[in-house]
Design a protein around this ligand. Structure first.
Ligand code: NAI
Length: 595
């Protein structure tokens, strides 16, 4: 687009209701930029009563006095074809149509008469339809057209006493949506203006300050640009007032599937009630066009058809603050200068500790209500879900901020009599669909066994590995602070078991326990410190089995065995000798041992 003046030479514009207010400003500005303008106005009162040629004539005279080209048209917009005929008869074409004419007949719903309803619908909605329908064939033939519909915040938010007006104004949005679709291939673009301006319509309604500042001439440049050949938006809604403009979008929530399979044909209102929070959750709302919206529905049906509703998606937003909080949650400290790169966002090597990327899968599990799905599989109500094993593999360079998408799928279920083992696979992608990490989580579901399932894991499950049969090659110890769980939980796992003494006691623990994943983080830090010079980019994967809980205040002992690029490790509590992580290993891409 050139930076020059936006001109309309050779273009013919029809503006309805251009005898006053906003329409008059559109007419004057378009004419001053070279457009030939049809000034349409019925010239009646604000409630649609009477008619007069005066207001259209005055505006035409103003345009002509300024050297512009214009003709008046006195028809009602309900006779849209006559208005378009005026353009064709005088100028031979119509390039721009601004549907702007309007009236008000405000009354509360009970008092609204049939006539109040009908006249308002007729002028706004039917009038815009009639004018557009009449102009469309000419625009199609020219392969060019710019159409504006005029809506209102009253339609979008509602407004007391305006059932007729609000309904018509929202109707215009629907009309514009469809005209935009039908016109697209003929280069006929249709957009909506949502104005607020001082005019006879708003006199006495707006406060004095607003009335003074909401000048219609401040909206005209916005609408005039929306009518220019360089304007490319189609089907958009632009709000403008007082020298300010913004775009509106309709958004849709992520939603939730209310059926468990394609065979399930009945849904109970009670189930709907239970799922309602997910139905109305707008935290991940997106704007979808018609095709995307249909695609979303097809996707739901495909998932149901393929019995694949356990493939779920969750988004996870993070930044430097989250990385730093996580690092503190697994014991990184400014006392260790080598840890500063995990704790200070302006450090030249600021980087995530790789195990942070278990967080998206952990949060997905809590949000996606996997627990509920698990009880559906084992068909029992279980007592408690324990984190059994965890595997994390890095697939690409890790970012320090972003919005990640994690897919989650149940890949295996084993029947261990006293409970069920359920294995979940997760894949986490960045905004460009780059696969960053894979996670695998095994949960032991106490009390959900004996359902006649298989005992052993299938091929997709990553197994633990025992260390070699010799004394450890190296060991590291970490004193766990009393507040470690209180810090770690802020990274997302808010289970009261880790903070609430009463909750812990009710679940059979003497006191709140440290998160298994915090213990995992400490252990991986030990491996990185010993064998990777604390360089997080050397890290490839980790696998652990959680064997027993750790209490904040205890001391962790991490024993390590180096076997090529695999570092086996084993974590225990120094004070009690209890093994807390077993069968574990870290795979490194490079070794830089500090013995
Ligand atoms: P206005 O009353 O100054 O202008 C409307 C013009 O439409 C008048 O000149 C009137 O004679 C003409 N008109 C009425 N019925 C007609 C018909 N059947 N055929 C042809 N012309 C007819 O009002 P204003 O404020 O300039 O409004 C313009 C448009 O903007 C209207 O559609 C209105 O609903 C809309 N709007 C205005 C807002 C504001 O704050 N002023 C807020 C939201 C929407």
């Amino acid at each position: 687009m050139s930076g020059g003046e936006l001109r309309f030479d050779g273009r013919v514009a029809v503006i309805t209701g251009a005898g006053a207010g906003l329409g008059r400003e559109y007419a004057l500005l378009l004419a001053s930029r070279g457009a030939k303008v049809v000034v349409n106005d019925l010239g009646g009162g604000v409630k649609g009563e009477g008619s007069s040629q005066r207001s259209a004539d005055i505006v035409v005279a103003e345009i002509k006095a300024l050297g512009g080209v214009s003709v008046p048209d006195y028809n009602s917009v309900i006779d849209g074809s006559k208005i378009i005929e005026t353009a064709i008869n005088n100028f031979g074409r119509v390039d721009i149509l601004i549907n702007n004419a309007g009236i008000l007949r405000d009354r509360s719903i009970v008092k609204m008469t049939e006539e109040d309803w009908k006249l308002v619908q007729d002028v706004h909605l039917k009038g815009s339809f009639k004018c557009t329908q009449a102009a469309f064939p000419y625009m199609r033939k020219q392969n060019y057209g710019r159409i504006i519909m005029t809506s209102s915040t009253s339609g979008i938010f509602g407004n007391f006493g305006q059932t007729n007006y609000a309904a018509a104004k929202m109707g215009l949005v629907g009309l514009a949506n469809t005209v935009a679709i039908e016109g697209q291939k003929y280069n006929i673009l249709c957009n909506v203006i949502i104005p607020t301006a001082a005019s006879r319509m708003t006199e006495g309604i707006l406060s004095d300050l607003l009335f003074k500042e909401l000048k219609p001439q401040l909206i005209a440049p916005v609408v005039v640009f929306m009518c220019h050949e360089t304007y490319t938006e189609n089907g958009s809604y632009i709000q403008s007032a007082a020298g300010w403009a913004t775009k509106w979008h309709m958004v849709t929530g992520k939603g939730t599937i209310l059926r468990s399979s394609i065979e399930q044909q009945n849904i109970t209102p009670e189930h709907v009630k239970m799922e309602w929070a997910k139905v109305i959750d707008m935290s991940e709302a997106k704007h979808l066009n018609h095709t995307q919206s249909t695609g979303k529905l097809v996707n739901v049906l495909e998932k149901l058809q393929n019995n694949n509703i356990d493939v779920q998606e969750d988004t996870f937003k993070f930044g430097a603050k989250d990385l730093i909080l996580y690092a503190l949650g697994i014991g990184a400290s400014v006392k260790n200068s080598n840890d500063l790169k995990f704790l200070y966002e302006n450090h030249s090597e600021f980087a995530p500790i790789p195990t942070f990327f278990i967080s998206p899968c952990l949060i997905a599990v809590t949000k996606l209500n996997i627990a509920e799905k698990l009880s559906m599989i084992s068909k029992t109500h279980y007592k408690m879900r324990l984190h059994g094993e965890q595997y994390l593999e890095i697939c690409d360079n890790l970012p320090t901020s972003g919005t990640l998408t994690t897919t989650c799928k149940i890949i295996d279920v084993m029947d261990k009599s006293s409970g069920a083992v359920v294995v979940l696979d997760f894949e986490t992608f960045d905004e460009n669909s780059r696969l960053l990490v894979k996670n695998q989580m095994s949960s032991f579901i106490l009390g959900a066994g004996n359902f006649g399932g298989k005992r052993h894991a299938g091929t997709g499950v990553t197994m633990t590995a025992n260390p070699p049969n010799r004394l450890p090659d190296s060991s590291m110890q970490y004193k766990i602070s009393d507040d470690q769980a209180a810090v770690y939980r802020l990274s997302g796992d808010l289970n009261p078991l880790h903070i609430d003494p009463k909750f812990a006691a009710d679940n059979g623990f003497k006191q709140p326990i440290l998160h298994g994943l915090s213990t995992l983080g400490f252990s991986v830090r030990a491996v990185l410190a010993k064998y990777a010079n604390n360089n997080p980019t050397f890290f490839k994967a980790v696998k652990v089995r959680f064997s027993a809980p750790v209490i904040p205040g205890q001391t962790l002992k991490v024993d390590m065995w180096k076997e090529g690029r695999r570092i086996h490790f084993h974590t225990s509590v120094l004070e009690t000798g209890a093994n807390v992580i077993t069968g574990a290993y870290v795979d490194l891409k490079n070794i830089e041992a500090k013995m």
